[in-house]
Design a protein around this ligand. Sequence first.
Ligand SMILES: *Cc1c(COP(=O)(O)O)cnc(C)c1O
Length: 333
Amino acid sequence: MNFTQFPRRKYLQGATPIEPMENLSKALGGHVDLYVKRDDLLPGSAGGNKTRKLEFCFADALDKKADTVVTCGAVQSNHCRLTASWAVKENMDCHLVLEERVKGSYKPEGSGNNFLFELLGVKSIRVVPAGSDMMAEMEKTSAELKNTGKQPYIIPGGASNAIGALGYASCAQETMVQLNEMMLKVDGIVVPSGSAGTHAGMAVGMFAMNTNIPVFGINVSRKKDVQEEIVYKLAGELRAKLGVKTEIPRDQITCFDEYVGPGYSLPTEDMIEAVKLFASTESILLDPVYSGKAAAGLIDLVRKGFFPKGSRVLFLHTGGSPALYAYLDTFRA
Ligand SMILES: *Cc1c(COP(=O)(O)O)cnc(C)c1O
């Protein structure tokens, strides 16, 4: 895969670490060796996966002479926080459209990422009800900005178009270089599957390099079949963009929807246990919405014996810990 054919900003300082999670592996019975790729430690305020995608999105925006970015997300969106963060560094304005997926969940004085939007100086926040056409809403904001003489660029939710997903195909390449250097043979990679750029990027990257390492997505909102179709469609667009000759087989896209619970961003017992277990065994902070539910999936799959005895499994930690502070009651209850 050749990433030099695309405009790209350089936000990464180098590869994020791959670490063994010996304490957690032992706590889960010791049948599977768990490793973690620390994308929670990526640059950009408070870290997390969107920085890899934004390297490509901001480069495209600058190529198109934009001076302003418009993006969208949920009320505690890490993606909105990181877009605001890189907009600061690029001297661009940032405008947000937030979807109130859970009624009454937006609080202007809210903690977590909500507070960070403010601190990072976003120019405007517009809250729209659940189920709104977010692209249409962003276009509305964009049209208003154009009327004031600005040059806005729309970054889709989660930066999950083929441009943003390049960041995770590149992550797959980075991961493979590390695994080869470490002489570490992993049998599977577990990732959260949300707006799908992370999952699609890792799946396409691992496939394009003929690694034979399966990538398993843990859903955070949708049903299995719906999410798999979304990931598969984006994987197809990404493959074409990268010029990967062979189409990725449909059966290489696998999602689990058993860990979503009552819905997006709504706490589950498994998520609370996973967040507490990662903190108490590995000193790693997860988040309640994405990495906590993905880790709940990882833990359950290990306990159920989904991975054969002696397997090595790599968990992609996508970040999100600022959202913990918006959920204090959940963890203290
Ligand atoms: C956005 C996000 C994800 C999901 O990644 P997608 O590419 O949207 O599927 C996972 N974890 C965290 C912390 C995120 O912010």
